[in-house]
Design a protein around this ligand. Structure first.
Ligand SMILES: NC(=O)c1ccc[n+]([C@@H]2O[C@H](COP(=O)([O-])OP(=O)(O)OC[C@H]3O[C@@H](n4cnc5c(N)ncnc54)[C@H](OP(=O)(O)O)[C@@H]3O)[C@@H](O)[C@H]2O)c1
Length: 264
């Protein structure tokens, strides 16, 4: 399927590893000019620069001006933006609600919700300029399955899913489609890094971090397919939503969780 992304300019937030890196790679392979924002340029992102011309912009996207600086850099380099993927976000493991103080709540919302608010606000004039653009917000199944261990993250993702619909209502009539992708567990550094969530599960369940991610997480979380999602699978869905092939899809949220969420 030709996604017709050749020459399109796409901004991807949190793109130095994990899902963001996979999205940057997928869009670049389709011929898009990708501007990737994160705090550091990883070897993976440097390889995309060399192979596909993906451009890196260093920015702390949890700050008030970080997202706007990323968007401005993309416009300065390419003069337009056709797609924005609000991917940056993250959680820290908690023992529960009483473990999160005001700073913790603020940090979660800055990273996971306000980063998308600020990037979208900065990009909208450019997205609207050509009447054919797309925003994809990376939400989470935690938007509808709020786990106590990631209580503030879950609330921030619920806000992001809600914002997706509001933005679609306002801007789809003017040519900017807005959708969300809500993954269940995805094999990224968020899980696999030392000190990541897979290690935490392994500490409780026994075995290695890899066994935890391959066996324990799918079992504990009731993932019907019996495995976690790969970042490239999320990237395929995002690339489709960004493309004209999804030209009449807006205000929708696509769960990619191997059947973890049991409700319709
Ligand atoms: N993995 C999962 O199981 C899963 C499931 C559902 C939803 N999600 C969502 O998918 C998105 C990506 O998750 P992931 O698992 O790929 O995460 P990850 O592996 O932890 O990667 C996070 C990315 O965001 C960047 N980042 C983190 N803090 C940043 C900041 N303050 N400013 C700029 N960039 C920052 C990181 O780069 P630097 O450190 O270089 O800045 C990195 O590129 C997140 O929104 C997450 O909530 C993930």
């Amino acid at each position: 399927m030709d996604l017709e992304l050749g020459g399109k300019v796409a901004v991807v937030t949190g793109a130095s590893k994990g899902i963001g890196l996979a999205v940057a790679e997928r869009l670049a392979r389709e011929g898009a000019r990708v501007v990737a924002g994160s705090r550091t340029e990883t070897p993976g992102l440097a390889a995309l620069r060399d192979r596909h011309g993906v451009e890196f912009v260093a920015a702390d996207l949890a700050t008030a001006d970080g997202p706007e600086r990323l968007v401005r850099a993309a416009v300065e380099r390419h003069g337009r933006i056709d797609a924005l993927v609000n991917n940056v976000g993250g959680a820290v493991p908690r023992s529960g609600f009483l473990d999160v103080d005001d700073q913790g709540w603020q940090r979660a919302f800055d990273l996971t919700f306000f980063s998308a608010v600020r990037a979208t606000r900065a990009a909208l004039a450019h997205l609207l300029a050509h009447g054919d653009a797309a925003v994809v917000n990376i939400s989470s199944v935690n938007a509808r399955l709020p786990f106590p261990g990631v209580v503030e993250y879950s609330a921030a993702k619920a806000a992001l899913s809600n914002l997706t619909k509001a933005l679609s209502e306002e801007f789809a009539p003017r040519g900017v489609r807005v959708n969300a992708v809500a993954p269940g567990p995805v094999r990224t550094p968020f899980w696999t890094d030392p000190g990541g969530f897979a290690e935490a599960v392994a500490t409780e369940a026994g075995g290695t971090a890899q066994q935890a991610l391959d066996e324990e997480v799918p079992r504990q979380m009731g993932i019907s397919t019996g495995r976690v999602t790969e970042p490239e699978e999320v990237a395929d869905l995002v690339a489709f939503l960004v493309s004209r092939r999804a030209g009449n899809i807006s205000g929708a949220e696509f769960v990619i969780d191997g059947g973890q969420v049991k409700t319709t």
